[in-house]
Design a protein around this ligand. Structure first.
Ligand SMILES: Cc1ncc(COP(=O)(O)O)c(C=O)c1O
Length: 403
């Protein structure tokens, strides 16, 4: 099993390539939770996520002949960029297989770090199959995204940084996808500061660890669904699971809505862009998924910041909806002059700002003398939303909140 010595060796190997990322005290989240909250800003890592640590360590431990033959992996996410840059820095050739519909931004970023991109297959599984074929055909080494001791040891260097920069830490909160990140961090922490709690966080829509812990073996889900794409993993690994079982104190889950709210908080309050997977530790803290004593020092690991801008738009809207700052309503008016004006007067009296409005008298779901109206509104919180809807209903309109 992975040991502290492996992580200490990894530290020397990754020093030149991976950044020692900052730890930043947050007044906002400390006030909100009563804890002392320090954010580990791994979203400021090179390539935007922690993956460069593990990939660098894996590649550094290849023999001269293996280095000569090059590496291969499959990923459309942060691992792809981590392997691409780590390989280039080590002068090793890399091939990354991505599904054919991988976002062009990810393909370009990975290529810009020096990898050759092979687009293959409809999904990750098909891309991985092709990557293993290339491994056999070309004698390249396959760099696994998490289920590899060298990869885990590299990720564990992040745990050493937390202990050095925050010697008073009581609890470290870490996202879990395949379990490589938490495996490395929990190993470093158990060896150096056994009283520090390590809490793992999964998305409700991709939460295989609870079942696996209960059964005592790796359980694979039939499908996963979450906006936190970095941790949309069907199962943890055969090598990471025993480490999670032995060294992680608690594993909790968060909903997509909670993740969206955490992303919005980080943008608005902390001026920090974090992807869904990187925001789950803060979501678990803010939405009380584990117990925190007053004054306890908590470090959520913000593991990555690579969020697709289209997805970011969706996440922001969901975060605003959940905090009562965006409202979409549908109602039906009589199709006569002035009807819309009356409705708008109620909205304006409540000082809600209109983003968009759609007025449709051809909708099939309404009477011949009615018209359907959908309005997107900027609101000022849950109380404001409730007051506004009550006022519209008082005028005799039925209101359906759409998001
Ligand atoms: C941003 C981010 N956070 C967390 C994880 C989960 O890491 P692991 O698979 O090692 O558990 C990933 C994995 O891709 C990720 O990209």
């Amino acid at each position: 099993m992975l040991e502290l010595a492996d992580i200490l060796e990894a530290r020397e190997r990754v020093r030149e390539t991976a950044r020692h990322t900052p730890l930043s005290y947050s007044h906002t989240y400390s006030e909100m939770t009563g804890a002392e909250v320090h954010l580990k800003l791994e979203n400021f890592q090179r390539t935007g996520a922690f993956k460069i640590r593990g990939a660098t360590n894996r590649i550094a431990t290849l023999s001269a002949a293996e280095k000569e033959a090059g590496v291969v992996t499959a990923s459309a996410g942060n691992h792809a960029q981590g392997v691409a840059l780590a390989a280039s820095r080590a002068g090793v050739d890399s091939k990354i297989v991505m599904p054919e519909d991988a976002p062009i931004s990810k393909v370009k970023a990975t290529r810009s770090y020096g990898a050759e991109i092979v687009l293959h297959g409809a999904d990750y599984a098909e891309a991985a199959e092709r990557a293993h074929e290339i491994e056999r055909e070309e004698g390249r080494t396959y760099v696994h995204a998490f289920d590899d001791e060298y990869v885990m040891a590299g990720q564990g260097t992040l745990g050493l940084e937390i202990l050095e920069d925050c010697p008073d830490v009581d609890t470290v909160v870490v996202p879990i996808g395949g379990g490589g990140l938490i495996g490395g961090i929990a190993t470093a922490i158990e060896a150096k500061a056994p009283d520090v709690r390590v809490i793992g966080v999964q998305s409700e829509g991709a939460s295989s660890v609870a079942d696996s812990l209960e059964k005592g073996e790796v359980v694979s889900l039939d499908g996963v669904e979450t906006i936190a794409d970095g941790i949309a993993t069907r199962s943890v690994g055969e090598r990471t699971f025993p480490i999670i079982d032995e060294r992680v104190d608690e594993v909790v889950t968060v909903s997509d809505e909670e993740v969206a709210m955490a992303v919005v908080y980080l943008l608005e309050r902390s001026k920090t862009m974090v992807e869904g997977a990187g925001a789950v530790p803060l979501a678990a803290l803010l939405f009380e998924r584990f117990d925190v004593d007053p004054g306890e020092t908590v470090v959520p690991v913000l593991s990555g910041g690579n969020i697709d801008l289209n997805l970011l738009t969706t996440v922001i809207v969901r975060g605003l909806v959940e905090t009562g700052r965006y409202l979409k309503i549908r109602t039906v008016l009589k199709d006569r002059p002035g009807a819309l004006e009356e409705l708008l007067a109620v909205i304006s009296a409540h000082r809600a700002n209109i983003y968009a409005i759609q007025h449709d008298r051809t909708s099939r779901d309404i009477g011949m003398s009615d018209t359907e109206v959908e309005i997107d509104l900027e609101t000022r919180g849950h109380e404001h939303v409730a007051d506004l809807i009550a006022a519209i209903e008082e005028r005799g309109y039925e209101v359906e909140a759409l998001v």
